[in-house]
Design a binder for this molecule. Structure first.
Ligand code: SF4
Ligand code: SF4
Length: 143
């Protein structure tokens, strides 16, 4: 559960996230599924693609192996450090909005156009053709 009184400073909210319970932590995720899309690191930032982790349910945007996701080497565990510094979570991510406030960026992905990584390999679809160019601006806002 999100606390009744949310700390009113960025450091206070970072502190809260660093010590909250797992239920409190989980309640902040919007379940948008964006962090489960494959990304490509460019010099100017991170570019998202319309290729998703094989374990993402493309209809619900939920992980189908959620309880075991952290055992998977390819699955990046979301931590306070990652939220703050890795630059891979979209500014609309619930964790980033909790810390930095609501983002006014228009970030959305039509998941009917998203395919699983293994299907992309099978169909020999080039990764570069699946990149979402505008996503280069999705990450990194701080204030
Ligand atoms: S394993 Fe990780 S990256 Fe894959 S769907 Fe689950 S949470 Fe997302
Ligand atoms: S991007 Fe953030 S809000 Fe969306 S599913 Fe991932 S952790 Fe949750």
């Amino acid at each position: 559960m999100v606390p009744d009184k949310i700390p009113d400073t960025v450091p206070g909210r970072i502190e809260y996230l660093s010590h909250c319970t797992s239920a409190e932590w989980e309640s902040l995720c919007k379940g948008c599924g964006l962090c489960c899309l494959c990304k490509y690191a460019l010099r100017d930032g991170v570019c998202y693609s319309r290729m998703a982790c094989n374990w993402l349910d493309l209809k619900t945007h939920h992980c189908t192996i959620y309880a075991h996701r952290n055992e998977m080497p390819f699955c990046n565990k979301i931590s306070v450090d990652m939220i703050l510094h890795d630059g891979v979570l979209p500014d609309t991510c619930g964790y980033r909005e909790f810390i930095f406030g609501k983002s006014n960026k228009k970030i959305s992905v039509d998941f009917s156009d998203v395919i699983h990584l293994q299907d992309a390999y099978t169909k020999k679809i080039e990764f570069i053709k699946m990149l979402i160019p505008e996503s280069i601006n999705w990450c990194g806002r701080q204030r």
